[in-house]
Design a binder for this molecule. Structure first.
Ligand code: NAP
Length: 484
């Protein structure tokens, strides 16, 4: 299927074409062009920021009912169209159809959650230490916020930044990843009809090095919320600091999943397969280091190999597919290079890691079988660097204490999991894991939308996203003194 329709940027309520367009390919079938999407330039960023600045005074004082109604409208339409949008998402990103519909459903719930949350923004009233003076502590919107999002959750991540930004009275310029412009455009189109005034929400598509860079360095932008790689995030933090912008960065992971001797083996294997390989391993919360104590290690490897042999790698839209393609040619090349690196480092490729050129229906795509390394050691590159594909390695350890130390020995700290039947170890792990999110007998990937999301160390920088904690980034605190 091909289409020649152009999809343009949304600036001040108008759809504006850029100087060129880029085709967006379906990674399950490279002959399928999802659409041709505008590539804006710095002039589009300037126009979008100017529109957002102009819209800010009215929107930030518009009253919470108008904001709540708009967010509710967006959430309702997303949920009503979850099948169609989920299929679009699966077609352009490569996660399976149920995963795509699940992500869209989550995005709908996020907008509805923040439709309520903007009604609940509260402050404090305190007495002064000086007689006759009252103190009010309130939260106000930050201003114009630039949102820069990655390709792996093309609807949910924009949603969990846009919804709180708008709920708390900010104006937005969204720069989505170039690889998934279709999902971002569909979301922007829904937002454009939700009842919010022109200029409050703007979409600027185009290359990260052009649009993202212009947004980060624009003096009219007060805050940047970014999700993506550590390398780009670090550069954004440095640039934003020059102009004292507020910054929130959600970045990579090398998430550990511990399996102890006392774990339920079937349950442990299931959660490891789920969190390491589903969504093609392209989740920041995916577990890529499986840290297994020596008593259960041989049985675990055999059970993982048996379970992985049942996984169907195929077209993301085909019913029954467990694992869709890798999202892009460059990501596939990176995954395969780490297969070679792991072998060269001396780990054993227990199964998978093969390039599959075609789907079962003969379409050319970016397919590979999920890979499991056994006999890997903590210092190997495959255990230190984020691969961001369906590749996991198993590290054998003596006991819980060594497992915990190995789990924490990483520059990242996003999510960590423990499979055990021991309350003692579960309790200890929840307290001593150096990560932002801890899962006991659950996959490291898979979180709720109404509670904080984020990590420590190189995985996150700045306030948490989602739930009521989102107000930390998207509002600023004011302390007012009044002499009665
Ligand atoms: P990426 O290459 O860092 O890109 C992220 C975003 O930044 C994209 O929109 C990209 O635009 C843009 N960008 C690129 N260069 C830029 C620059 N110089 N200035 C400003 N923006 C720029 O990351 P990705 O490959 O899309 O996503 C994968 C990464 O995201 C992984 O590391 C994963 O762990 C991480 N991630 C983290 C979380 C979390 O919550 N912790 C969630 C999901 C993903 P273009 O793509 O259009 O160039």
């Amino acid at each position: 299927m091909t289409t020649s329709q152009d999809f343009n940027n949304l600036i001040n309520g108008e759809w504006l074409a850029g100087p060129s367009t880029a085709p967006n390919l379906n990674p399950s079938n490279l002959a399928d062009v999802v659409g041709h999407y505008t590539q804006g330039g710095a002039d589009h960023v300037n126009a979008a920021v100017a529109a957002a600045q102009a819209a800010f005074p009215a929107w930030s004082t518009s009253g919470i009912q108008a904001r709540s109604d708009a967010l509710d409208n967006i959430g309702r339409e997303i949920l009503a169209r979850k099948e169609e949008l989920g299929i679009l998402l699966a077609r352009e990103e490569g996660k399976t159809r149920p995963e795509g519909i699940g992500e869209v459903t989550r995005a709908g719930h996020i907008f509805k959650f923040f439709a309520g949350e903007c009604l609940r923004l509260s402050g404090e009233t305190l007495p002064s230490v000086r007689p006759g003076i009252g103190i009010d502590i309130t939260r106000e919107p930050v201003g114009v916020v630039g949102l820069i999002t990655p390709w792996n959750f093309p609807v949910a991540i924009p949603a969990w930044k846009i919804a709180p930004a708008l709920a708390f009275g900010n104006c937005v310029v969204l720069k989505p990843a170039d690889l998934v412009s279709g999902s971002a455009w569909a979301l922007a189109e829904i937002i454009s009809r939700s009842g919010i005034p022109a200029g409050v929400f703007n979409l600027v598509m185009g290359r990260g090095s052009v649009i993202g860079d212009a947004l980060v360095n624009h003096p009219g932008v007060t805050a940047i919320s970014f999700t993506g790689s550590v390398g780009v995030g670090g550069r954004i933090a440095q640039s934003a600091a020059q102009s004292f912008k507020k910054v929130q960065l959600e970045m990579g992971g090398k998430n550990p999943q511990i399996v102890l001797d006392d774990a339920n083996l079937t349950q442990a294997v299931e959660l490891c397969v789920q969190s390491s390989f589903f969504s093609t391993g392209q989740r920041c919360t995916a577990s890529s280091r499986l840290i297994v104590t020596e008593g259960i290690y041989p049985a675990f490897i055999e059970a993982m190999k048996a379970r992985m042999a049942t996984l169907k790698v195929d077209d993301a839209l085909k019913m029954g597919t467990d694992i869709g393609p890798v999202s892009s040619e460059s990501q596939l090349a990176q995954n395969l290079s780490y297969i070679a690196i792991g072998k060269a480092e001396g780990a054993t490729l227990a199964c998978g890691g093969e390039r599959l050129p075609r789907s079962s229906e003969g379409h050319e795509g970016y397919y590979m079988t999920p890979a499991l390394f056994s006999e890997s050691t903590p210092e190997m590159r495959i255990n230190r660097e984020e691969i961001f594909g369906p590749v996991a390695s198993v590290i054998c350890v003596k006991d819980y204490e060594e497992a915990l130390a190995t789990a924490n020995d990483t520059p990242f700290g996003l999510a960590a999991g423990l499979a055990t039947t021991s309350l003692k170890y579960a309790t200890h792990f929840k307290r001593h894991s150096q990560s932002g999110m801890v899962m006991v007998n659950l996959p490291t990937a898979g979180v709720d939308y109404h509670v904080p999301f984020g990590g420590r160390k190189g995985s996150s920088y700045g306030p948490r996203e989602q739930g009521k904690y989102a107000q930390e980034f998207f509002t600023t605190v004011k302390t007012a003194y009044t002499l009665a």
